[in-house]
Design a protein around this ligand. Sequence first.
Ligand code: BYC
Length: 325
Amino acid sequence: MTTTGPAEAPPPEPGQKHFDATIARDQRIEPRDWMPDGYRATLIRQIAQHAHSEIIGMQPEGEWITRAPSLRRKAVLLAKVQDEAGHGLYLYSAAETLGADRADLTERLIEGRQKYSSIFNYPTPTFADVGVIGWFVDGAAICNQVPLCRSSYGPYARAMVRVCKEESFHQRQGYELLMTMMRGTEAQRRMVQDAVDRWWWPSLMMFGPPDDASPNSARSMSWKIKRHSNDELRRRFVDMTVPQAAALGVTLPDPELRWNEERGHHDFGTPDWDELARVIKGDGPCNTERIRRRRAAHEEGAWVREAATAHAAKQAARDQEGAAA
Ligand code: BYC
């Protein structure tokens, strides 16, 4: 009788040793390096969602470009929204270094097969929303993305350096706008407080589900794609924002928010995780509108893509003729 022991483990991939050592030494994985399929897939998923968030994120504030209250505010807002388009482009390029196809990623977004940040599914009914997006949403983005500058994948980490510098400017413009409104009329102060009330909880949800309901965190952290857990970054954001709210003169809408001397951090209430799940699933206040507009922009831009492709083909043919002559 022959006994069959446990199946022999397959020999390790030749590149695995180099990959493991690079991660252990806190060095960067580059596009030419071997990487596990799961690492590549996780990066494409996160970078694509991040890129989509930047592009969809142009919409809520973009709605105010034609209605900004002064030329200065309009110029600042235009610059910010253009920066977001730039961030999307660096990120799509980073995804391409992993073998993803940009056209395919866009298709997945507009068909609802790939996610983008929940935060951009909320409406912007007043100009104070522009300020609060800069303060909260860009502030949350800074907390989340500064550690991503040390992410283990080189092209993603390097893209984050410039993105974070620009996010800092975005946050400052939002806070400065709100300070100006707070020095204005009673109606303007009420408008700021109302926007704070509406954006606070969705901003906390931006960091993702709580750690015990975050299926991707453990693996992403072991690969050093993510450097901190969702809850840890959420805590940092709260600690950073509370004194800023006091300086501005607004109240954060959480009765459980208080300083915990023992922990050296703030205690705070629990976001409505059912709401986050609904918004991620496509059932937020503005999901349909956001995707409809993104799809329309994509369709309206088809002639630009066709013209650019035809131009590139002509240029390549000319270069070839030149080389042959
Ligand atoms: N919204 O296991 P988890 C900006 C998904 S734009 C939607 O914790 P992970 C700006 C998650 O994808 C910056 N979906 O996942 C632009 C996963 O689904 P799949 C946006 C969310 O990846 C314009 C599932 O839930 N920032 O700054 O370990 C104007 C389970 O979650 C959300 C980034 O993209 C959410 N909030 O951690 C102003 C940062 N949360 O893929 C500003 C980069 C979770 O398994 N991304 N999900 O189907 C990350 O850091 C991480 O991907 C997350 C989630 C922390 C977001």
